[in-house]
Structures are given as C-alpha cells and as structure tokens.
Design a protein around this ligand. Structure first.
Ligand code: SF4
Length: 451
C-alpha cells in the first residue's frame, strides 16, 4: 500500500510546535509520511492556538483556503486540533462543515483512531472531552537525524486562572509528566546527538505539584543536567510566583543551564496585577530579577507584557514603563489586551479605548527596542559561545546559532560546524541578531558545557 501523506500547519507557541511534532510521530506509526505542502497531502491537520484573538482569526483564514482545496480533492481529510478545537468543538463544524476531525487538547493521542473512524463512517469526528490524565504529554519525538536541539514536554495545563487567559479552560488542570519518563526521553535525545533541550510547560516552575511534590522542578533540572552529552538546558514558561530559591540556585550551580529565562511580568502596576490575578506585586517581581542576577550576572531576562487590560489607567501604564526601565529586559513580547470568551476579565469594567491601546503598545515597543539594541551593542567586541544549529537563511556561506543567552549570531562558516559549539567574537549588533567572527583555530567542540 502506498504511503499516505500528511501536512501539519501549526499556529502559536513552542508548545504547539512540539505538539505538532508529537502528532507527526503518532501518524508516522499509522503509515503517514510528511508532505511538502497541503496540495500533496491526503490528510491536513491545522494545529491551533487561541490564546489571542488574532491567532484564532488566522486559523479561520487558513481553513478558508483549505476549503477550496477540498473541493478539488474530495478524498482529502482535514482536521483541526488543539485550543480552537477544544474551545469550539461541534460549533466549528457550523463554520467549517467540510472538516473531518475536531480533536481537543486532551485527545491528541486518539488522532489515528479518529481518522480511521471518519474515513469509515464518512462523518466528522469530534473529540473534546477532558480526561483525568493526558496521554499525549508522554509521546516521545525523535528529532530528524543531525538535529542539535529538541523540545521535551514536562507538564501541561495550568491551575492559575489569570484573568485574561484561556489556557486553564482549554488545556485543563496542571499535569506533570513522570520524572523517569522525562529522563528516559532526554537520554534518548542525547544518544541521538541532541546537545540542547528546551523543557516545555505552561508553568514549568510548578512541575511536580500535581503528584504531591515528590519531585520538584529544581530536582528535575539537576537530573537532566547530569545526562551526558546535554550541553545546554533551557525551559519555558515560568510564573514569577513559583520561581523558587531552589530554581534560582540552579542558575548558580549548573554549568549546562543556559543563562536565559522567560519570566512574564504582564504589567508593572500592582492594581492591574491584582486585577489580572497574577498573585505577585511589581516589588516581588523586581526582587526575583535581583536574585536571578545575583545568581547569574549575565542572565538574559525576557518577558510578556499586556497593555490596555481593563482598568489600566495612564498611571498604571507608566508604571509598566518604569518597571521596564528598572529591569532592562533583553526582549519583550508585548500585546494589546484582547478579550477571550470565558475568562474572568470579560466581566471587568474600565475597557480601554482601542486607539489608546495601540498608542501604548507602539510607545512600549519603541522603548523595548532601545533596550534590546543597548543589550546587543554591549556584546560587540566580546567573545561568546555559540551552538551552531544551521546555515543562514540569507547565504549558505554563513552559519547561524545561539549564544547561551539565546541570542542569534550569524558568522562565516561551513555546514560542518552544525552541532558544534564554537567561540565567536561579536563584531556588529542589530535589533534581532548579532554578527560575529569565529576565532582563529576554532575547530569547534561538541556539546561544550563550559561557560
Ligand atoms: S500562568 Fe500562564 S498559562 Fe496559566 S493562566 Fe496564567 S497566563 Fe495562562
């Protein structure tokens, strides 16, 4: 029987990208191989994100394009997985009646059986029930031969119920993956030549709480740090209130924990943080930043900020700018508040005018661009350690990689450097990347873990 072809279109964050890798792994076992485009596929999966209104709208535009494809190719199966599927369930079929599959966040492991059922019955299959455990957390993925970096899911779901966020409703309660299971996956990745792992979860700092705190996130970090061959460890995302002293100590102690953390602050105003149900103050946040920098002076700190949350006054907004001046983030992902149905913020008064939200966002982004450029400029003339992960998008005479602080560096070099860690002197700084020169006689050394 000829191999069936699969095309996955992914929207959203790193967790969704990794969910798609897991889906591909599952479907490989079911006899599917990757297609280069939707036109060449027998099955198209749209793996969705609905964290922001814009992300959801993009999903609907994409489905509109696939509707035309299905008309010219009736045997094509089309499925929607992930957050939008979880949120809308059966209702998605009203908007997109050509769909064959609607599979929510707790049922991704059932995809092969659902595909077969839809094919046999000729009717769409919708699976969106929440389950006690989420088997798809543990689907190991094998990155392509020669891959340098890999994602590893360690937990999913969230118990925090921030007032603006749909995640607890769409991904369910926090569930941590087994300690030994994670270690087995990291060992398998190292055996395959992976040098860098990024641990994923909606709130990785809460790892272990769902099984009674038998293992903490800091213990997991230390255990992964001891896996031979893993030269770099990263993780995302961290809730500031759960960033313990023990996790901060890992930055001081562990040579292979990269000096980089994504720590969403969301606002610099205590009133807005309380309305958001974030359960920390701006002083708490600044204290965590201080302790992180004491433990790891070079640490890069990135963040998420929302402007125009209901009730945000000009004064509140100025407090966010003040906090940015104090912290001097390396990068910030900033957004205008957009209402998500079902969240607590929908009922809050004090809606901010859309034009005002736009003005605040533009101004805030300009401030952050200045800070990012200053950070990058400060690296010019310094020597950094770069893990090379590919060739440059612009020319195959250049390779590209990341510093331990997660900054992109491009420099002249051949493909033979991919997977190696080399020392590079930074010669120019731009807003989104750095330009470097590899040091003389630098042959590269595999998976270096020295700072
Ligand atoms: S901690 Fe993050 S994922 Fe959880 S509710 Fe808050 S913003 Fe959403």
């Amino acid at each position: 029987m000829a191999t069936k072809k699969l095309f996955i279109r992914t929207f959203g964050c790193q967790m969704n990208v990794h969910d798609s890798e897991q889906l591909e792994e599952l479907l490989k076992v079911a006899g599917y191989a990757r297609a280069e485009s939707a036109k060449d596929a027998d099955l198209v999966i749209v793996n969705t994100c609905s964290i922001r209104d814009k992300a959801e709208q993009k999903v609907y535009s994409q489905l509109g394009r696939y509707r035309h494809l299905k008309k010219s190719k009736p045997h094509l199966q089309i499925g929607v997985c992930g957050c939008v599927a979880q949120q809308h369930g059966e209702r998605l079929l009203e908007k997109a009646p050509f769909l064959d599959l609607v599979i929510g966040t707790h049922n991704l492991d059932r995809l092969p059986e659902c595909i077969a059922r839809a094919r046999q019955t000729g009717r769409p299959v919708v699976e969106t029930a929440f389950r006690e455990t989420v088997p798809s957390i543990g689907i190991p993925t094998l990155p392509a031969e020669g891959s340098v970096s890999a994602f590893v899911t360690i937990m999913q779901g969230c118990d925090n119920y921030c007032a603006f966020c749909v995640v607890p409703y769409l991904r369910g309660r926090e569930e941590s993956r087994g300690f030994e299971d994670i270690l087995a996956e990291v060992n398998a990745l190292a055996a395959r030549g992976v040098k860098e792992v990024t641990l994923l979860g909606q709130n990785v700092n809460a790892y272990g709480k769902s099984f009674g705190g038998k293992h903490s996130f800091a213990q997991l970090l230390r255990a992964i740090g001891a896996v031979p061959g893993i030269g770099r460890i990263r993780f995302t995302t961290s809730h500031p209130k759960d960033l313990s002293d023990d996790i901060i100590a890992c930055f001081r102690e562990m040579k292979n924990l990269c000096e980089s953390i994504h720590l969403p602050v969301q606002s610099g105003s205590d009133e807005i943080l309380a309305r958001m149900n974030r359960r920390y103050t701006s002083a708490d946040y600044l204290d965590r930043v201080r302790r992180l920098r004491e433990a790891s002076p070079e640490i890069a700190i990135t963040s998420d900020i929302i402007v125009g949350f209901p009730g945000e006054t000009e004064q509140d907004y100025q407090k966010t700018l003040d906090l940015m001046e104090k912290v001097r983030f390396d990068t910030v992902f900033s957004f205008r508040y957009s209402e998500r149905q079902g969240t607590a913020a929908v009922g809050l008064g004090g809606k901010v005018d859309p034009g005002e939200k736009r003005r605040r966002l533009i101004e805030l982004q300009a401030l952050q661009d200045r800070h990012t450029q200053e950070k990058h400029d400060s690296l010019v003339g310094r020597t950094v350690e770069v893990l090379v992960d590919g060739t440059s998008r612009n020319t195959d005479r250049d390779v590209t990689g990341r510093t331990r602080s997660n900054k992109i560096v491009n420099f002249a070099g051949g493909r033979d450097l991919i997977g190696r860690t080399v020392r590079v002197r930074i010669v120019a700084a731009f807003l989104h990347s750095l330009r470097g020169e590899m040091l003389e006689g630098e042959g590269g050394f595999p998976g270096c873990s020295s700072r």
